[in-house]
Ligand binder design. Structure first.
Ligand SMILES: Nc1ncnc2c1ncn2[C@@H]1O[C@H](COP(=O)(O)OP(=O)(O)OP(=O)(O)O)[C@@H](O)[C@H]1O
Length: 268
């Protein structure tokens, strides 16, 4: 056994989930999930449709209460949206205000920040997503991918410690999705923030993650957690042809497939 207590790579938890369950009436959506989200890394929760990923993310973000269990963010039990947490949702068209120019959209959550600092933060966040010169546009003058970059900039402008993203690229085309995945990898490496992404896309989970939490079919439980030891920087050609990528991808696929088959057997 390796002694990790002396290791400089020692994992620091940013978020801790202990026995988190959620019941909607008779429907048990999430069943006693315990997991750790390490600080300064990208963690991905992957699982089949309806397994409770969004429910879990809402609980982690303090938007919903668990029926049982606790979520701890930096040592404090989550009740309400914690300071230092920012969210990006799948549907950018509903998260941006169409009547506000891009800079106003990004500045919106910063109303309590002094004007000069607010302007600096907005510019910094738009630069980070490559839209520094598009601040005067309205969302409806932009492509879907650009709008999602604005939504990411708005989350970054609050300088979050934890960025939570629910299927953030599900509404854009494949090429834009690949570009946005690379953007997220670059931003995370540059800013060192903790990122938690929910997706049902196995490729996306392996490509983005340092740490994957595989959920089973409903009601979800953790099937396995996987440390992704693929090197950085990653790119869609080199990383995805790395035998280790292929191996991890195959393993996650097998886990999800096995659980699906088991659920079908249990139901019959
Ligand atoms: N507000 C709610 N009220 C009642 N049931 C809900 C509510 N939100 C989610 N559910 C139920 O909880 C279960 C999990 O839903 P959830 O949206 O969390 O899954 P998901 O894994 O994110 O699915 P998808 O990948 O399809 O978005 C489903 O059975 C869903 O119908």
């Amino acid at each position: 056994m390796t002694d990790t207590s002396q290791s400089p790579q020692k994992i620091v938890p940013e978020l801790q989930l202990d026995g988190v369950s959620k019941r909607y009436g008779d429907n048990l959506a999430v069943r006693s999930i315990s997991a750790m989200i390490p600080a300064h890394k990208i963690s991905v929760i992957v699982g089949p449709s309806g397994c409770g990923k969004s429910t879990l993310l809402r609980i982690i973000s303090g938007l919903d209460d668990p029926t049982d269990g606790t979520v701890t963010f930096e040592g404090t039990t989550v009740s309400g949206v914690p300071e230092g947490l920012a969210m990006v949702f799948q549907d950018y068209s509903r998260s941006l205000y169409p009547w506000m120019r891009v800079d106003k959209n990004v500045a919106f959550p910063l109303s309590k920040v002094p004007k000069k600092e607010r302007a600096e933060r907005v510019q910094e966040a738009l630069d980070a997503v490559g839209l520094g010169d598009r601040s005067h546009l309205y969302p409806w003058q932009m492509s879907g991918g650009m709008q999602q970059r604005v939504a990411i900039a708005r989350a970054l402008a609050s300088r979050p410690k934890l960025l939570v993203m629910d299927e953030p690229y599900a509404s854009v085309d494949a090429q834009t999705r690949a570009d946005l995945e690379d953007l997220l990898l670059r931003i995370q490496r540059k800013l060192g923030i903790t990122v938690l992404v929910v997706t049902h896309d196995i490729d996306e989970s392996v490509y983005l993650a340092d740490h994957i939490i595989v959920l089973s079919t409903p009601p979800s439980i953790v099937a396995e957690t996987i440390e992704v030891d693929l090197p950085h920087p990653r790119d869609h050609v080199t990383t995805k042809t790395d035998p280790r990528y292929v191996e991890i991808r195959g393993h996650v696929t097998q886990l999800l497939r096995h659980r699906e088959l088991q659920a079908v057997e249990d139901a019959s």
